[in-house]
Design a binder for this molecule. Structure first.
Ligand code: ZN
Length: 509
């Protein structure tokens, strides 16, 4: 990976910035030192007015002048010397010939060097630091133009090159944050060594480095997915996509088996948590296969949606009317079922299918059945018993009495079909509801004020001891129990503790 120009510029800028910072720091410190020196001088009273100029600035200026002179001296001397040698050689040449002129010139030069060499040494004292500075500046400039990085080594193995330690720290953090620790003491650490590297081919970014470290630590940690069912850890797989697919396949198969238009879902809360896991926590391939081959563990629900035309049942509305004879039943409106288009989900769980109505659109409304029950008692069914209230003939529509009360008979035998309703003759409380060897199933009602009524030979009793009843309530059914010959209701009336004949109050029966 070659660095992009923008990247290089950024890094160069960073390096320059750092250099500038260091330079600034150095400058500041030097300034501080100088200021301290000046303050010290001031406190000694050495720097005052003109005296300051003379004693401090003047020597400094003089120093610079001396340095200038020292620097210039060798060159001035050399220029002067060369001029002198040239004049000397030219004069010798004309007088004594070339050989003597050259030898004389060399000697002249040698004497000059011996005499004035110290000037060059003195100049050297200034030149050497300047040269060193030049070398330093060159080195810094050259160095800044190159890229430095860190080679990362883990367990002696080169991982790659990074721009700074921060990259490795960030990569480590990324890994550590993604580690799902299933144990309490599980920890993952990695220690890296750094060496300085110049111009590496490729720099690792944080993501790539994290991936590389993860691969290197394969025997400790590795990417994977944990499977939870209802919050319980079931397994950890190193193949997250494979696990996801297997779960999906489980649902697909169930849906296919449930028939066309079916969908399947898990009943339980099935959750995959992807992350980095300790290799020691990873389940074996066999264990994973075994778990996935048991769909009951996950609970599968299949839903098949269907659209059907269904009947809407009619309701039966019953009313009572005096217009009709007591107990008669009139259907004044026949019921008719309606129809609806119903969208229904057939939901199957553990082999049990239930239906859930999703939508129902009524196509035709049902027509309710209307029934009227007659409540009109036959004429003469109600009798006034002076001082006690009214009494109702207990078996409506049956008026034939085979025997009335007489010296040998304690009540009125009202003949009726078995199962016919026996009504309470008046409001009252049940004081007897049970069996008697002669009366068979019988009931005694106490109506207060000393009036009681008794109903015998019943096939069924609909009330029990202590119960309060109202006049006209059905209390039992006509039967042939006890000492009886044929279905009838043996009815007795008591007033003030004495039996009275019903015939006195119901003469028309
Ligand atoms: Zn009787």
């Amino acid at each position: 990976m070659r660095m992009q120009p923008a990247d290089m510029a950024r890094r160069a800028g960073g390096a320059l910035g750092q250099a500038a910072y260091r330079l600034g720091f150095w400058g500041e410190r030097t300034a501080c030192d100088l200021a301290r020196a000046v303050r010290w001088l001031g406190s000694r009273g050495a720097v005052r007015g003109r005296a300051a100029h003379k004693r401090f600035l003047h020597p400094v200026a003089a120093g610079f002048a001396a340095a200038g002179r020292d620097l210039a001296a060798p060159f001035a001397r050399l220029a002067h010397g060369v001029g002198s040698i040239r004049d000397f050689v030219r004069a010798e040449w004309q007088e004594h010939g070339a050989p003597r002129a050259l030898v004389g010139g060399l000697l002249y030069f040698y004497r000059g060097v011996r005499r004035y060499g110290h000037l060059a040494v003195r100049a050297g004292r200034y030149v050497m630091p300047l040269l060193a500075l030049a070398v330093f500046v060159f080195t810094v400039r050259h160095t800044l133009s190159r890229s430095f990085s860190l080679a990362v080594e883990v367990n002696g193995e080169l991982v790659g090159y990074v721009e700074s330690e921060n990259v490795l720290e960030a990569a480590k953090n990324t890994l550590q944050q993604n580690i799902v620790s299933l144990g309490q003491d599980d920890q993952w650490q990695i220690t890296a060594d750094y060496t300085l590297a110049v111009d590496p081919d490729e720099l690792l970014d944080q993501k790539t480095l994290a991936r590389t470290l993860l691969e290197m630590s394969h025997n400790e940690i590795q990417p994977g997915a944990a499977l939870y069912v209802d919050g319980q850890l079931v397994l950890v797989s190193d193949d997250a996509p494979g696990l996801r697919q297997a779960l999906q396949a489980m649902k697909t198969t169930a849906a296919e088996n449930a028939g066309q238009g079916s969908a399947a879902e898990f009943i339980r809360d099935v959750e995959l948590q992807e992350g980095i896991y300790f290799t020691s926590d990873i389940s074996s391939e066999t264990a994973v296969q075994q778990t996935l081959s048991d769909p009951d563990l996950f609970g599968l629900r299949t839903v098949r949606r269907a659209v059907e035309i269904r009947e809407i049942p009619y309701e039966t509305i019953t009313t009572h009317s005096e217009d009709y004879r007591w107990g008669s039943k009139q259907t004044v409106q026949a019921g008719q079922a309606g129809s609806a288009q119903v969208t229904v989900d057939y939901v199957t769980e553990n082999g049990v299918t239930t239906e859930q109505i999703v939508e129902s659109v009524t196509l035709t409304e049902p027509v309710n059945e209307e029934i009227v029950i007659g409540s009109r008692m036959p004429a003469g069914s109600l009798a006034e018993v002076s001082g006690y209230g009214t009494l109702l003939w207990p078996v409506p529509n049956y008026k034939y009495v085979s025997r009335w009360m007489s010296s040998g008979h304690t009540g009125a035998d009202i003949c009726a079909n078995a199962g016919q309703d026996i009504l309470a003759a008046a409001d009252g409380r049940v004081v007897t509801a049970g069996w008697h060897y002669s009366y068979g199933n019988y009931i005694i009602l106490d109506h207060g004020n000393g009036m009681r009524t008794l109903y015998a030979h019943c096939s069924k009793l609909y009330v029990s001891y202590g119960q309060y009843v109202s006049q006209e309530d059905v209390i039992g059914a006509v039967g042939n129990t006890g000492n009886s010959f044929g279905n009838h209701c043996h009815w007795e009336i008591y007033l003030g503790g004495r039996r009275v004949s019903a015939r006195n109050y119901f003469p028309s029966m």
